[in-house]
Design a protein around this ligand. Structure first.
Ligand SMILES: [Zn+2]
Length: 103
């Protein structure tokens, strides 16, 4: 892991910037945290990186967040990811209903 990624993990307190999953003090959760490039292709400096869990990172994928600084871009990506998570939740609840109907 590049040294800057350790700095980002410390800055972000080992917590996903998009869903607040907190790996601070919990090794199993910490293992599920990755480093996201906030703007894809936007560089390797700390100002373009954020802690993200695997789920949020895979939802965000190549989304280019809007904003003029890191905090604004993270806030925009957070909205985008939350909308996707909510649509997945609706599918999840439909699926749970289908499973229940089989029992
Ligand atoms: Zn997350």
């Amino acid at each position: 892991m590049p040294p800057v990624d350790w700095d980002v993990r410390i800055r972000d307190q080992c917590t996903c910037r998009y869903c607040d999953l907190c790996g601070n003090g919990n090794f199993d959760i910490w293992l599920n945290l990755t480093i996201d490039h906030v703007v894809p292709g936007g560089g390797e400096c700390a100002d373009n990186k954020a802690v993200a869990c695997h789920v949020c990172n895979s939802i965000k994928r190549k989304y280019h967040p809007k904003g003029s600084n890191l905090d604004e871009r993270i806030a925009d990506a957070r909205r985008y990811i939350r909308e996707k998570r909510e649509s997945w939740r609706q599918r999840f609840e439909m699926m749970m209903g289908q499973i229940e109907n089989r029992n």
